[in-house]
Design a binder for this molecule. Structure first.
Ligand SMILES: NC(=O)c1ccc[n+]([C@@H]2O[C@H](COP(=O)([O-])OP(=O)(O)OC[C@H]3O[C@@H](n4cnc5c(N)ncnc54)[C@H](OP(=O)(O)O)[C@@H]3O)[C@@H](O)[C@H]2O)c1
Length: 206
């Protein structure tokens, strides 16, 4: 069996991010102790002393690519689930867009081969979001960050049937995607809650 994957998470203190940390720490056979990249000393203390995972103080807005690269040296995979949470256009661009691109560039610098970006459903469909009040800039940022590597597939059809996914299920899928690179690499994978168990869904992606 291959050695456990070391995964770094940007946005570990967020809702999806903290479920991802739980998923990974509950599966020590496949995952080494995760690394949380966080932006306050209090968060570093929380993750290290209270939760017992690795944590580093890293600002995806203010640090340069080289600094971020240094912080993630040695990890096998990156999960990016940070988001400005709609706190103004400037932060959407510095976090959701440029922050994400900087982390991706840092991964390239140090040879982190897997990058999972938690995006926004229907980001590829400009007609869907162009007139959504207050969301246009957010979607521009998400779509542009997505397109660094990959192209869309059938987001529209999936979204028409179901409209939501629980964040716990996003985290479960992220863990499974890390374990199934062949089926999930270089893909935009729209996710909504439905009736297909995650393992069957992953097989369908092959
Ligand atoms: N409709 C959709 O498709 C949809 C719906 C929901 C979410 N999403 C996306 O899913 C992802 C995760 O969502 P969520 O609900 O988990 O969000 P969340 O709870 O708001 O968490 C966002 C995380 O981003 C971090 N963050 C914000 N600014 C940062 C910065 N400058 N540097 C580093 N970290 C920063 C926050 O850190 P702090 O803890 O330090 O504040 C937080 O941990 C986001 O990218 C969001 O856009 C998409």
């Amino acid at each position: 069996m291959s050695s456990p994957l070391k995964v770094a998470i940007v946005g570990a203190s967020g809702k999806v991010g903290s479920f991802v940390v739980k998923q990974l720490t509950n599966d020590p056979t496949h995952f080494a102790t995760p690394l949380a990249l966080v932006r306050t000393p209090e968060q570093v203390k929380h993750w290290k002393s209270e939760i017992g995972i690795d944590a580093k103080l890293t600002s995806i807005e203010n640090d340069d690519v080289e600094t971020i690269a240094k912080a993630i040296k040695g990890v096998d995979a990156m999960v990016f689930s940070a988001g400005a949470g709609g706190k103004g256009v400037e932060r959407i661009f510095t976090v959701d867009l440029d922050g994400c691109l900087k982390v991706a560039e840092a991964c390239e610098q140090v040879g982190v081969k897997r990058f999972i970006l938690v995006s926004a459903i229907m980001a590829e469909n400009r007609k869907f979001w162009w007139n959504l009040t207050g969301l246009r800039e957010y979607y521009i940022a998400k779509r542009s960050a997505d397109r660094k590597y990959i192209h869309a597939n059938k987001a529209e059809a999936d979204f028409a049937e179901h409209k939501e996914i629980a964040r716990q299920d996003v985290a479960l899928f992220i863990k499974e995607a890390l374990l199934h690179p062949k089926e999930t690499n270089r893909k935009t994978i729209p996710l909504v809650n439905g009736t297909v168990p995650v393992n069957d869904f992953i097989k369908e992606l092959a």
